[in-house]
Design a protein around this ligand. Structure first.
Ligand SMILES: Cc1ncc(COP(=O)(O)O)c(C=O)c1O
Length: 302
């Protein structure tokens, strides 16, 4: 398994950084790191790899053992393909509303899946099943290996690709792993850098309780994504973006930049453009394209 772990580490990350040409205001640079070029289609390959590797190295799971996670999205895909390749058994606990297509894709990747009836049961069910089956519960919302993946890989890549010269980093908050991991690395290396998080409009993260029904795939409506709260000293501010604004930005990225990105990227780019405007002429802002629009067939009708 160690050999396969090494070969996986060469497949994940080192994603390209693309400079937006037409959307940024005059005299400002906005760069987009294309995380959907990871083999599993998102930045979650990095954290699934780190979390699984950590569990293997600590002897929490071995050949043929169960790897359990509560996720129906990008993390689920990342866990499915990476653990299958390592000879582990992925078991994914899905939310009730997940599409048949997404469940089929996870099964094609070798995962077992189980849907819960109510969303609130998802996390606890995963925890219980991991215990019953003698496997490991990856728990991306609380596992520090999630932050470490971005601190050790995404952050240094951004620094290298920008040649150490950037003024702000913008990222949607789901677990918070990306923003705090990259944010910490950038602040340590650069000192002065503005780190801006993005959540859906009305998110409980800002208001203490959800105020609207706005939903942007992958971004947090929860009060306490644990990793974010533990490490929020690395985030300077969090802004809200409506679902409609995120989708509008997705359309503009397609029409003007030739990119098909998911809605969380629309929200992040919309915010990055505003931050670049505020920071003024000569500013350099980086954000992340977490996944591609192909992940959201329901949006391909727009
Ligand atoms: C599409 C998408 N964008 C952004 C995020 C946020 O990333 P993080 O969990 O590192 O905060 C996620 C997380 O699931 C996601 O799936």
């Amino acid at each position: 398994m160690m050999e396969e772990l090494e070969s996986l580490s060469r497949l994940i990350g080192r994603t390209p950084l693309l400079r937006l040409r037409r959307l940024p205001p005059r005299g400002r640079e906005v760069h987009l790191k294309l995380e959907y070029t990871n083999p599993g289609g998102s930045h979650k390959d990095r954290i699934a790899y780190y979390i699984i590797r950590d569990a293997v190295e600590r002897g929490l799971v071995g050949e043929g053992g169960y790897v359990v996670e509560s996720s129906s999205g990008n993390t689920a895909t990342a866990v499915a393909w990476i653990s299958s390749r390592l000879g582990l058994r992925p078991l994914l606990i899905l939310e009730p509303k997940v599409s048949e297509a997404r469940e089929t894709a996870l099964r094609l990747l070798g995962a077992e899946t189980m849907r819960v009836e109510r969303e609130e049961e998802q996390f606890q069910r995963a925890q219980e099943l991991a215990e019953e089956l003698g496997g490991v519960f990856l728990n991306q919302f609380e596992n520090e290996a999630n932050v470490r993946a971005h601190y050790e890989t995404t952050g240094p890549e951004v620094l290298e690709q920008m040649e150490g010269d950037l003024d702000a980093f913008v990222m949607g908050i789901g677990t918070g792993g990306t923003i705090v991991g990259v944010g910490r690395r950038l602040k340590e290396e650069l000192g002065q850098v503005r780190v801006v998080g993005v959540v859906p409009r009305g998110s409980a993260l800002l208001h203490g309780e959800p105020r609207h029904e706005d939903s942007i795939g992958g971004l947090s409506k929860a009060l306490r994504p644990e990793l974010y709260h533990r490490n929020r000293e690395y985030v300077d501010e969090v802004v809200e973006v409506s679902q409609a604004t995120a989708i509008e930005a997705v359309r503009r990225l397609a029409a003007l930049e030739g990119l098909l990105v998911g809605p969380s990227t629309g929200a992040a780019v919309h915010t990055a453009l505003k931050v670049a405007e505020e920071l003024g002429e000569g500013s350099r802002v980086v954000t992340i394209a977490a996944d591609s629009l192909f992940r959201y067939p329901e949006l391909l009708t727009i």
